[in-house]
Write a protein that binds this ligand. Structure first.
Ligand code: C2O
Ligand code: CU
Length: 461
């Protein structure tokens, strides 16, 4: 678990503005951006430089902020020594731009370029990240926020704050532990868990807020594998969106705290009247993430704005195409039969291939898709977790409604999500309209699990 006390003495508190630098548009008047992936040295702990990989020399990568309905063009260049590609997580994107190496595009080779050009159909909080050997590339820093504002911004820039959280594994004297990338122990257990949480690349950044003003905090979990536990009740936060999609005003969330799995986002509205701290509370002692310091009082008697919902095609489960995915494997999962690249694994194969998880008995991408549907069909996807671990399941290219968990209705309005958490022995049903043609991934966003077998794909024709 996170052990802030034992890891290193001192708190490493940096007082800094919490606002991320934005990305300058490459051409005046056009929504065109340049992103370059390459190695960089950046401190994760005090002044100790770590060897990271970054977009535009900074981790997290620059915030791309655009408006709903706009098209953007991203001129990408790979200055790494290994191939890569960029995935735009949560965007209902055209398939050729989804950025999945080996499925929707060839990986971009060292020194090569690729142009991503696509439309942003929905407002909300999204992120972009590498999608080739993600366990390694994302784990070293290749990710950044992608914020799509409403057609008319609901919160102005001063009241709209992105907080992208990452879980880093540091070794003495406070540098990124690079030797343990690819550890099969992590792959077959809970993934690569760290011991140091940073927000916007900083330790415990400070937000200076005005008392009585309404703020939107956009939280993004960029961790390889850590599920963050947050309790908005402790600081008066109200959940207003999940995975980019605004919750209708009528939805009252009956529970707290909240779990924020890898790749998930949660938008909170906070109207501070006193200083507060947002903490990660899964450990035996809360780990402070961000401090909100109230200085100055509200200039305007602000109302609490509500954000408009996006229009996503509503699944109708009568006559839906039913798909069942049984998740198996991992440590403590007992022996399971796993087929990988058409071959049943035995003995040493598990160690050699690193595969230890399977969906319906198959590890990683098979030649044939898990299922094929016609455009416009509704898919009812039932996922049964027979492993001893929690997972964060992500569907590419679509948002789905979470219908039920282990037979029980989801009582908070069947929210739209693009990633859902599923605990051991749980069954979760989600449904979506397969309206986006192409080849799409369905995988665990614990990036080690994805690499070790928990990845499949489906096709919409
Ligand atoms: Cu956020 Cu397949 O990824
Ligand atoms: Cu998993």
């Amino acid at each position: 678990m996170i052990d802030r006390r034992n890891f290193l003495a001192g708190t490493g508190v940096l007082v800094s503005a919490g606002v991320l630098p934005g990305l300058a548009v490459a051409k005046a008047g056009a929504q065109e951006f340049d992103l370059i992936a390459g190695p960089v040295q950046q401190a994760l702990y005090e002044q100790q430089p770590s060897d990271l990989w970054a977009y535009n020399d900074i981790v997290p990568g620059p915030e791309i902020r655009v408006r709903k309905g706009e098209r953007i063009r991203v001129n990408f260049r790979n200055n790494l020594e290994e191939p890569t590609s960029i995935h735009w997580h949560g965007i209902r994107i055209e398939n050729a731009m989804d950025g999945v190496s080996g499925l929707t595009q060839e990986p971009v080779q060292p020194g090569d370029s690729f142009v991503y050009e696509f439309e942003l159909p929905d407002s909300g909080t999204y992120w972009y990240h590498a999608h080739n050997k993600s366990w390694n590339e994302v784990g070293r820093g290749l990710y950044g926020p992608l914020i799509v504002e409403e057609r008319t911004s609901t919160f102005d820039r001063d009241h709209d704050i992105t907080l992208i959280i990452d879980d880093w594994r540091l070794r003495q004297p406070g540098v990124l532990d690079t030797d343990s990338f690819g550890s099969l122990m992590d792959w077959s257990h809970g993934g690569r868990l760290g011991n140091w949480l940073l927000v916007n690349g900083k330790s415990r950044p400070v937000l200076k807020l005005r008392s009585g003003d309404a703020y939107r905090l956009r939280l993004i979990n960029a961790s390889n594998a850590r599920v963050l536990e947050l309790d908005p009740n402790r600081f008066g936060g109200k959940v207003i969106a999940y995975d980019g999609q605004a919750l209708p005003e009528s939805v009252v969330l009956p529970y707290s705290p909240h779990l924020l799995g890898p790749a998930q986002r949660i938008d909170l509205m906070v109207v501070p009247d006193a200083d507060f701290t947002i903490e990660e509370i899964s450990g035996d002692k809360p780990f402070p993430l961000v401090d909100g310091i109230v200085d100055g009082i509200s200039r305007t008697a602000q109302s609490t704005p509500s954000i408009p919902v996006n229009l996503i095609p509503e699944p109708d489960v009568t006559g839906a195409r039913k798909v069942k995915v049984v998740m198996e494997g991992g440590a403590m999962g007992g022996f399971v039969n796993i087929t990988y690249k058409g071959k049943r694994l035995e003995g040493e194969d598990f160690r050699k291939t690193g595969q230890s998880w399977a969906f319906n008995g198959i590890a990683n991408l098979a030649e044939a898709p898990l299922f094929t549907v016609r455009r416009g069909e509704t898919v009812l996807l039932e996922t049964i977790n027979q492993t001893g671990w929690v997972h964060a399941m992500h569907v590419h290219g679509h948002h789905f409604r979470v219908l039920s968990r282990s037979g029980a209705d989801v009582d908070n309005g069947k929210p739209w999500r693009d990633t859902f958490l599923i605990g051991p022995e749980q069954t979760t049903e989600v449904a979506f309209v397969a309206d986006n043609p192409g080849k799409w991934l369905y995988h665990c966003h614990m990036l080690e699990h994805a690499a070790a077998g928990m990845t499949t794909w489906f096709e919409i024709s």
